[in-house]
Design a protein around this ligand. Sequence first.
Ligand SMILES: [Zn+2]
Length: 234
Amino acid sequence: MDSYQQLWDFQKLDLEADKFEREVRTSPARQKLIKNRDFLLDQQNTMKKIETDIQNMSERIVQLTLESAKIEEALSDLNETLQETEPESPAIAQKSLDACQKLLSQISKIEQDLNKIKKDGEARSRQQHDVRIRAARVKAEFDTIKASYDVEYKEQTAKLDVLRKQAAAAAVGIDEALMTKYKAIKQHKVPAVARLNDDRCGGCNMNLPAVVLRQIKMGEKAVDCENCGRIVLV
Ligand SMILES: [Zn+2]
């Protein structure tokens, strides 16, 4: 058998193996697994974000509590001073009173902030809970599909291995340069080898130029299609 005919036979098996490999890659179970895995990764990221938020909130709570304690201390100092010493004038008394008011409103502002953070924290905790439940459900589904998919995948891998070996066996003896050329064309055009079809390339359907047709008449067994680059078997 000549190298070109052998290449033709090899191509058939090679493409069969490629087709099966594509089927394996796009199997519904595999797609579902990928979808679930992506979802779980997404939930993990959400979880991390919530944890960071909660961490930031507790740091802020500590900070605000310290601030509040400091202001309360200042307030009680001020009260003490007011009780111990009679103000020298009504204007000075008013000034002390204003200072008290200011400190009190600062404390109330901090309390508002603390309440808001507390509420946000509760919302985050609820969100965390929901994410956990959702993720657990999807993880269970993932594990079930994965168990059956593992069996399926093992069978598919074995079958693909057989197909690849059949193709490899059919490739034995094909001229090395021809095989290199085949692989290079296959990167862009599939199938890489076409048949001659009424003076046309069976791959792209373009008429072969007269000079190439003359080569065929002279007994050439294969020519290159100038249009698509395929090997055209006569
Ligand atoms: Zn062509």
